[in-house]
Ligand binder design. Sequence first.
Ligand SMILES: *Cc1c(COP(=O)(O)O)cnc(C)c1O
Length: 547
Amino acid sequence: MVSEQKIADVSFESLLRIFTIPEGPDSTLTQIEESLSKNLNQFLREHIVAEEKPLHEIEKDFSSAAIPEQPEFVSAHTEHLLDTLVSHSVHTSSPSFIGHMTSALPYFLMPLSKIMIALNQNLVKIETSKAFTPLERQVLGMLHKLIYSESEPFYNKWMHSSEHSLGAFCSGGTIANITALWVARNRALKADGDFQGVEKQGLFKAMKHYGYEGLAILVSERGHYSLKKAADLLGIGQQGLVAVKTDEYNRICPEDLKHKFAELKQQSIHPFAVIGVAGTTETGNVDPLREIAAICAEESCHFHVDAAWGGATLMSDRYRTILDGIELADSVTIDAHKQLYIPMGAGMVLFKDPQAMKSIQHHAQYILRKGSKDLGRHTLEGSRSGMAMLVYAAMHIISRPGYELLINQSIEKARYFAELIDKQSDFELVSKPELCLLTYRYVPENVKLALEMASERDRDELHDLLNQLTKFVQKKQRETGLSFVSRTQLNPIRWSGRDTIVFRVVLANPLTSTEVLSNVLDEQREIAQSATALTSALNALANKICD
Ligand SMILES: *Cc1c(COP(=O)(O)O)cnc(C)c1O
């Protein structure tokens, strides 16, 4: 009853209480913790993707801009969070959530993550992190070895060296890519004669000194949008991020890469970095890394591999050859929060050369002293959490062969799903899975036939209708909340580069069964057939073409 409810008060005494560690199993906070865990477990067990509640309804719960004047009890606020936030969150752990690179987590990370929050270490400097610093350096060493397979003496020498760094741990692939390109830029515009280096004198003086009209970074058309941010931030400009043509498998064309080098140099624009993508975000394809490496060696250009998503494939002895040549890269980005199943906020960039990060080294007096082991000397970010401990724990608990099983099952499941799609008379596989990502769309059987026979103009029209249909089905499926696939737009060579909207599936959750996959197709077929206006327009046009 409301009248009997106690009201929380604002007093210093109650503030002291919230900083006091609860004692005993009967304390209120211990009980809240227990009930919260139960509630979250129930949420994680549910096999739906989201409650069917429109966003504008949810926004009503988050509409006040006023900071509360009246404090709440933790218990009451926990209830509030469960009602308004948890219950309307996306079940990224659901086996039928197969649309994004964000996936289910192994459960042991929930209790272990308490260590990170409870200890609240700051990895920017050794004074606030102690054991976490060597742990993070070891994690970077593990990932470095996974890519570059250097010898034991190499790691003995460099892993904990105060003057060196094998890489940087950061919040994600975006920061990792920026860091790699920052290093590449500073090395390309290093001190020389009177010139003190771009980090001291800035881009304008650097360009004058080196006689460049501009700088460029080369990446395939399928490069991630984070690279645009990097080009912008580093003063290269988004137009300095030059797109290289891709082939029918969405892989960079080495011939066009060479051609772009020649073109740029003719305009006195200096291409200082090439990015190979190992697992494109939209189609999951891997660039021919060895060939790119050879071109970069010839051009004396920094070779970065964006393996944010696909890098974890190196854990699999069976499939790591897909990333052949990655060991030739000067730097590599890997996100542990993608295929290494770590919670969000775990990106890494690794450098082949332990000296490479010297070009971005920073010092400050009260912190980051010269000769200290402070990780902050080589990171773009300042204060950082002890996230690396979760990577460390997962490496030990799951182990390399365990990760191999996870990677193998996801790749093999994607192949299975591709075959299943191929067998349907009314679906079209658009990009075959190289790793565990594939794209496809719904195309009624008679429309398939019509597409083959149609004139170019009719084909445009069919494509346009199919695009609308794919968009409709994807939205409807998401809103219904039983399952989730994402969508993107591709320009397949098979359809003469026409804008083609497709469903995009990323298969990471080991609990996603073949039955879930069949259900996803059934649901999409059903939704498509319910879109009567679109399907009858498609039918009419198809009949006209086939007559
Ligand atoms: C996810 C991804 C990124 C960006 O990583 P964030 O962790 O989202 O910052 C960059 N490149 C590729 C290829 C990716 O898949």
